[in-house]
Design a protein around this ligand. Structure first.
Ligand SMILES: Nc1ncnc2c1ncn2[C@@H]1O[C@H](COP(=O)(O)OP(=O)(O)OP(=O)(O)O)[C@@H](O)[C@H]1O
Length: 401
């Protein structure tokens, strides 16, 4: 389109294609997509108008672009179609109709029509029912949407789902995380690549500004749909976008959004590394019922008989760096069937682990209780085979069953 009309590539489109190519290569393997502008191995008789997309070659991976019809995801669809036209990959799309606004069905269908005209195939339109969630309407819609993405991946065998979040979305996410007082993981913002419930999600536009998206849409002749809720400042994200970030930029000077997005780029690998270390450490500090001589030795409430118990060796926990201990404990609470404990509950659990004088149990989110168990001297004398360390155990058990 762009190249055919003017004979030269818009530099913003070129840079965004480059970012998309490297995201696809990171996720699907080096060389899947040749750098933007370079001829590719699968190139056949390819038309820039879309009709020439080579879909029959199932040896090349299929990716699905998640398209709301808004500028970011429509631009992403158009950028992805370019690589499909070159035969590097097959590109389809999934449009989710949340059925929350009047006319949402028409928006979804007309978006799907545009995507088919771009040459994407298959283009799936999925109607979902958004059930109410204790975590609010936005989270409920997200859950329904991700359920639809998972179904689409199962049906099509797609290698990845591409999401249209931009650098400005990332900045907003980091700022919201900071305001809520969250940890490294939240400061890391949204990952460029993640696996969730067996689906690979990519966010190839995290280095692209929203203003550049507008330029891409114009260059690629796209007419996006503008979601009215994006300007509804009763919603926190819209308020951050339209009032708080512009205010910060005016008063602090400089490009605050860029700095926040850089914070995420710096913190992201740290957060991932710490998470991986915590997962590996949890398996090291965990012990089993067999090792401690059976459930009856622990004198736990009756719920323990049916609960998923997590037994942690207290001495090993005490040896951990506090940064790691907190993360290990948070993972252990989730493993026992609970939710991620917030700052206050995690602090209480940490103190309970450290201070012998604090009586338990400690209550944690998701009906998980933490007990400290230590064999009595008499028991140790009686049953020398019991392998309970001198400092004892931390036992996490869920009473929700
Ligand atoms: N209804 C939907 N159907 C399919 N994908 C969606 C839908 N809503 C959001 N997404 C995906 O999630 C990404 C982020 O969504 P979000 O709601 O934060 O932004 P948005 O304002 O919808 O963005 P966009 O400008 O891409 O429409 C979108 O770019 C898109 O990839």
């Amino acid at each position: 389109m762009q190249e055919a009309r003017k004979g030269r590539l818009n530099p913003t489109v070129g840079a965004a294609r480059g970012a998309l190519a490297s995201a696809l290569n990171d996720a699907l393997g080096p060389g899947t997509v040749a750098p933007a502008g370079r001829a590719t191995r699968n190139r056949q008789d390819v038309s820039e108008q879309g009709a020439g997309i080579q879909h029959e070659n199932s040896a090349v991976p299929l990716v699905l672009v998640a398209v709301s019809g808004g500028p970011d995801s429509l631009a992403l669809a158009s950028l992805t179609a370019h690589f499909a036209r070159r035969g590097d990959l097959r590109a389809g799309a999934i449009v989710v109709d949340h059925q929350l606004q009047e006319g949402s069905g028409e928006v979804a269908e007309s978006t799907a029509h545009v995507l088919r005209q771009m040459g994407l195939s298959p283009v799936l339109v999925e109607k979902v029912t958004v059930n109410s969630s204790s975590e609010g309407p936005e989270m409920a819609a997200r859950l329904a949407r991700y359920g639809a993405f998972e179904k689409a991946v199962r049906e099509t065998g797609a290698a990845a789902v591409l999401l249209g979040h931009t650098l400005d979305d990332q900045a907003e996410t980091v700022l919201l995380g900071l305001a809520r007082g969250s940890g490294t993981r939240s400061l890391a913002g949204m990952p460029a690549l993640k696996e969730e419930n067996g689906v690979t999600y990519l966010r190839p536009l995290l280095s692209v500004r929203r203003s550049e998206i507008e330029e891409i849409c114009a260059a690629e002749n796209l007419n996006p749909w503008y979601d009215p809720t994006n300007t509804d400042q009763s919603l926190m994200r819209a308020k951050v976008r339209h009032s708080i970030l512009p205010y910060l930029e005016e008063h602090l000077g400089g490009d605050v959004a860029l700095s926040l997005a850089r914070t995420a780029a710096i913190t992201g690998p740290d957060a991932l590394y710490m998470h991986q270390q915590a997962e590996a450490t949890l398996t090291r500090v965990e012990t089993s019922l067999t090792e401690v001589g059976g459930l009856e030795k622990l004198n736990l409430p009756p719920a323990a008989e049916t609960a998923d118990l997590v037994l942690l060796d207290r001495a090993s926990l005490l040896n951990l760096h506090p940064a790691l201990r907190g993360r290990v404990l948070a993972l252990a609470v989730k493993k026992a069937g609970g939710f991620n404990p917030g700052f206050e509950r995690l602090g209480a659990l940490n103190e309970f682990v450290k201070e012998h004088s604090i009586a338990g149990p400690v209550q944690l989110p998701g009906h998980v209780s933490a007990y400290r168990r230590r064999p009595s001297a008499a028991l140790l004398r009686q049953e020398k085979q019991i392998n309970l360390k001198k400092t004892g155990l931390i036992v996490l058990l869920s009473t929700s069953k």
